[in-house]
Design a protein around this ligand. Structure first.
Ligand code: MN
Length: 252
């Protein structure tokens, strides 16, 4: 098995190093990650400027490819031929911080995995649910176990797994729960300041997001110390709405 390993925190991020280290024990890996942090960049396809690809090394001497593009660009470039060897799976992470509920629509970690699903291979996004804890060991172990399970059991095409690991000591992990996407609540606040030339500029500030802790959701699972595994699909269609909107007598 040959796994493409990428992330959105950038090629220097410790989560990438830990992930690659764990996956190397169960598969051959190629690391291809962005040269800078692309957190909350969403699903990107860079089309209006050239992309550079360089070679670098992780701190454990693992050779890695890096690009000026986004996480999803890394995956696309890899599949379009920058990585010559056929890729069997994409694993993205380990992100510093959770990707729960609506976060998946912003997440470079998740959208890199989506790009893998679009390319036709199984894909996993892995996040550590803390912006502070830098201990990625357990989350990396979970990712490697899950990659083996995915290889063994396969995933339907156009699907991926979004994994969130609670940032608690391993002994406090309650188990692994297969979940649905929950409802994120954002507390973003607009911070308006004035630049030295008197013109206003804006920052999106505010405290960390929360969410509705419905049982069975990714948010609930992580809040209760479960590793959350959410199957996602690229088909975003709301099938029930097809019929309802069909009654609107839309005319062209
Ligand atoms: Mn990130």
């Amino acid at each position: 098995m040959h796994i493409l390993v990428t992330n959105d925190d950038g090629v220097d991020a410790p989560g990438l190093l830990a992930l690659n280290r764990a996956l190397s024990e169960v598969a051959d890996t190629t690391v291809f990650a962005p040269s800078r942090n692309w957190s909350a960049s969403g699903h990107v396809k860079t089309m209006h400027k050239p992309l550079r690809v360089g070679e670098t090394k992780l701190v454990d001497d693992t050779p890695a490819l890096t690009t000026s593009g986004a996480p999803s660009d890394c995956v696309a470039l890899a599949f379009m031929g920058v990585v010559e060897r056929p890729i069997d799976m994409v694993v993205s992470g380990i992100n510093q911080g959770p990707n729960l509920g609506h976060d998946v629509t912003y997440s470079g970690t998740v959208t890199a995995a989506m790009e893998g699903a679009i390319a036709g291979v199984p894909a996993i996004a892995v996040s550590l649910a803390s912006y502070r804890t830098a201990d990625f060991g357990f989350a990396a172990h979970v990712a490697a176990r899950l990659a083996e399970k995915v290889a063994e059991n396969e995933l339907p095409s156009q699907t991926l797994l979004n994994v969130n690991v609670p940032a608690v000591p391993e002994g406090e992990i309650a188990g692994v729960m297969v979940t649905r996407m929950g409802l994120r609540i954002y507390y973003d606040e607009l911070v308006r300041r004035v630049d030295p030339r008197g013109r206003p500029y804006y920052w999106i500030g505010g405290k960390e997001p929360g969410g509705v802790l419905d049982e069975g959701t990714d948010l609930w699972a992580v809040a209760n110390n479960y590793v959350s595994v959410t199957p996602l699909q690229l088909d975003l269609t709301d099938y029930e709405l097809i019929e309802r909107i069909g009654t609107w007598e839309l005319e062209a």
